[in-house]
Design a protein around this ligand. Structure first.
Ligand SMILES: [Zn+2]
Length: 172
C-alpha cells in the first residue's frame, strides 16, 4: 500500500520537539473573554485565548469577515453548502418540521427583505413620494377596500414605517 499518495501525503507534523521552552511572550488579554493568556509561539499575532468558546467565536467572526470581503471565498462556501445540502437532503425538511418558530421567523425576515428591496427599487425609479410625517394613524376599513386595491388608481399597497420620535417641546 502506498501511504504517500492522496490525503496521506497531506499529513501535517504536529509534534515539534522542545519548542515549548521558548514560549516567552508577554501575556495578553483575550478580545472576547478579557482573560489574560500567553500567545502561542506559532501565532505571534494571536489576540484570542485558546478556550474552545473563544476559538469558536474567532472562527465564526473570521469566516463572516472573509465571506463579506472575499468573493472567491464566498463562492467556495456556497458551493460547499450546496454539496452538503445535496448529501443531506432530508436535514433541512426535518429541521423545519421540528422548528416551526424558526420557519416563521425566517418567513417574516424574508418578507421584510422583500419590502425593503421594493422600497429601494421605488426610490431608484423615482416613484416614491416624500411623505410628510403626521402623528395621526390612518385606518382603511370596510368591504370596499378590496375594490380600491384592485383599482390601479388607488393604493395597491400600504406601507408602515417606524417613525422617528418627535422632539420634546419644553415648557417654561
Ligand atoms: Zn478568551
Amino acid at each position: 500500500m502506498n501511504f504517500n499518495s492522496g490525503r496521506q501525503g497531506l499529513r501535517i507534523r504536529t509534534s515539534i520537539p522542545n519548542r515549548e521552552s521558548k514560549m516567552a511572550a508577554e501575556p495578553r488579554r483575550c478580545r472576547y473573554c478579557a482573560e489574560n493568556f500567553v500567545p502561542s509561539i506559532f501565532h505571534h499575532a494571536q489576540n484570542v485565548c485558546s478556550s474552545p468558546e473563544c476559538q469558536k467565536r474567532r472562527k465564526r467572526d473570521d469566516h463572516r469577515a472573509r465571506y463579506c470581503s472575499d468573493s472567491e471565498y464566498r463562492l467556495i462556501c456556497r458551493e460547499s453548502d450546496r454539496k452538503w445540502r445535496d448529501c443531506h437532503s432530508n436535514y433541512q425538511r426535518n429541521y423545519r418540521q421540528q422548528h416551526p418558530a424558526y420557519v416563521e421567523q425566517n418567513r417574516r425576515a424574508q418578507h421584510r427583505r422583500d419590502r425593503k428591496r421594493k422600497v429601494k427599487d421605488l426610490v431608484k425609479n423615482n416613484l416614491a413620494f416624500d411623505v410628510k410625517s403626521a402623528s395621526a394613524d390612518v385606518w382603511l376599513v370596510g368591504p370596499q377596500l378590496g375594490d380600491l386595491v384592485k383599482n390601479n388608481l388607488a393604493i395597491s399597497e400600504i406601507m408602515i414605517f417606524q417613525t422617528v420620535a418627535a422632539p420634546e417641546v419644553r415648557s417654561g
